[in-house]
Design a protein around this ligand. Sequence first.
Ligand code: PLP
Length: 350
Amino acid sequence: GRPAWAAAGVPDPAPVVKTRIGANECWTGPLMPGQKAAAAIIADGNRYAPKDERGDFIKAVMAVENVPYDHVAPWPGSSDPLSRAVVSFCSPTRGLVTADPTFELAGRTATWLGAPVKAVPLKADYSHDVKAMLAANPNAGLYYICTPNNPTGTMTPLADIEWLVANKPKDAIVLIDEAYTHFADKAPVASYMAAAGKDVIVMRTFSKIFGMAGMRMGFIMARPDIIAKMMRYDGGMQSGALPLPSLACATASLTDASGIMARRKEMEEARGMTLAHLKKKGLTVLPTAVNMFMVDWKTKPAKDMQAAFMKEDVAIGRNWPIWPTVSRITVGSMEDMKNFTRAFDKISAA
Ligand code: PLP
């Protein structure tokens, strides 16, 4: 069985294999301005806050997202605020509505809390079915929308999210998880709804394009009373004080627009090569906007394919129970993806 910490949503430790394209990490480390800022602040690590690093981070968010200062809260990653949002707004009488397939952490936390969970299948275009989500529980405490969605890499139109925000029950929150937003070309972002004081939480992480998964940084954008509700049981310390190198790295990375763009282009190139190869071999790949894609092996269980790739020193992603023959693959570096296509050719020839 899975250890208790894994059940709580922490990913399984990745086995040390050469090609790691299973956990939606970035193929490379933090952007260079971030690395420099992180290294520079270590000497001042004796202080909780040598200057106003937390404030500087929030100001960087304000500059790129156009939200007020008091509508931003940084966290060590986004898993923590995601679980806290569930604990803050769900209960045995106010359930969670999520999608299937999607990132499961919210569902796991709700189950632990004793709150009923409804997981509503994605639409045929793999966007969230917001009308069916509301119908599934018209009195839920939290509606979870992951866009671009993990594991499909598909997006839900802002108009659908706006409809859900306008039609959801009073006191319910719509949580919009934008972990993969920077990987998508012209991704629709929902920060304006947070700035407008709607009942939303917009969530971001530095674990993806920013290459900081192990450094633990994320933030939410929401009304101050929503943030206060999520922070009320930690005395402000847990979410108020963050590791300085991570904070400094995130601040310097967030505003590095050209660095972010270059990284997305690099991913698109590696993804293009991979998808063309799989298509040539006759495989079905679901549409994707970001650094992951779902491949349907059709006749083979995804679990067997994952094991076969592992024998070739390539760790691909898992499958979701709703689609037993479909694996999630993270787009890594061009070299990673060449290892993947080579391993695939070998496996299919065997
Ligand atoms: N949200 C989504 C959609 C994710 O895919 C992940 C990680 O894979 C997370 C949140 C949590 O990541 P972290 O806690 O590293 O920010």
